[in-house]
Design a protein around this ligand. Sequence first.
Ligand SMILES: C[S@@+](CC[C@H](N)C(=O)[O-])C[C@H]1O[C@@H](n2cnc3c(N)ncnc32)[C@H](O)[C@@H]1O
Ligand code: SF4
Length: 405
Amino acid sequence: MFGLRHLPVPGIGEVYFKRQPHRITISENLQQHYSFDPAGRFMTGFLNGANYRRGLDSTILRKQITNEAAKACHRLSDAEMQSFINRIQSRVAHISEHVAHSDQADLLPYLRTILHWDYARLYQERAAFHDIYKPVSILPPDQYLSVVLQMAEGCSWNKCTFCTFYRDRKFRVKCPTDFRLHIHKIKELLGQAIGLRKSIFLGDANALVIPQRRLLDLLQVIHEEFPIDAPRSGDNYILKGIYAFLDIFGADRKTLDDYRELRAYKMKRIYIGLETGDDELFELLNKPGSPQACVESVRTIKQAGIAVGVILLAGAGGDRFAVQHTDQSIARIQAMGLDAGDLVYVSPLVVSGEEQYSQQLRRIGARALDRHEMQRQAAMFKTALRPTRTDSPKVSPYNIEEFIY
Ligand SMILES: C[S@@+](CC[C@H](N)C(=O)[O-])C[C@H]1O[C@@H](n2cnc3c(N)ncnc32)[C@H](O)[C@@H]1O
Ligand code: SF4
């Protein structure tokens, strides 16, 4: 184990090594950085002004600030990933040669674990991932570093006109035996890198619609398998609580006592897509439930001591709905009684033009908002809902294009 080390390397300059309990970071002149998990697999990098992050399925997302101060996100193709990983590997190989002839040769075993994970090996991780998981389509931004457990697959509703996340699968709930097996495979895939994870997230879109008795049995399996909120002997990590999405209709079917039970099982925050507070637009989006039902469910969840994350859809309904969408959404959020433990996420609408939502918009003669108009709407939400008191919720962006698990 080492803390921070550095070494001059010809052709590069000053190279820094940092070993944290679950991560190794190499920095070139404190300008380019790349980090690896305890097994040596590439995790994140900052090179030539762009951020890179590898997901558990071994896709790599590149995020770059463009000239217009917007973030451009791009998933590397296989060829791009190969050339990117080869580039990192050749730099680490070059550094290793100099480390071998220095007084810091004890770093070599760490560098060798990194060199073991070349492109071919990292690519094989993709098959291992898909053997365990259905695609993890989206998570709330504060849960990107969770351990996702697909207790259920898909969305029990799957009919909102703008949402295509789970169209590729049927809603299905795992039995406790299959769920435990799923957990064992995830632990094996993560290995020691589980220590980088912060919490448990229940996949997919609304696992909490599972009838209460069945749900508690599945939550019990989680508690038997992971240290939640408290250390266990033999584990060198702790996961802080359980988190999940829930749609409004599913939320409506649970009672205050049900939520209190979930709280006792360490459920810390439930995320609900209100999308809009406007009744007419809500119906057009074909969300289950209603904005008022969402307000009431959120109040019940909070009364049980569970925090919420409420998601609004910036740009929904285009120019035709812009005013009523903004006004009504702000009014509904303000009626929820949120506090500092809660989050309001604003998700700028992303559409391809092909989905049902785009066809509806064309039918009613509405024009989609452009990027600047959408940003202005998101800013209006933020201004209206921004913390005025210390106990106000945090309002943050939720950019689905930046997501990677
Ligand atoms: C898994 S979904 C919602 C959780 C839950 N099923 C619900 O409906 O309340 C997560 C969020 O992704 C966002 N989302 C879905 N499709 C989107 C799209 N095309 N563009 C932007 N955001 C989208 C929505 O705001 C949605 O609430
Ligand atoms: S927004 Fe939620 S409820 Fe609607 S289809 Fe998507 S995941 Fe399902």
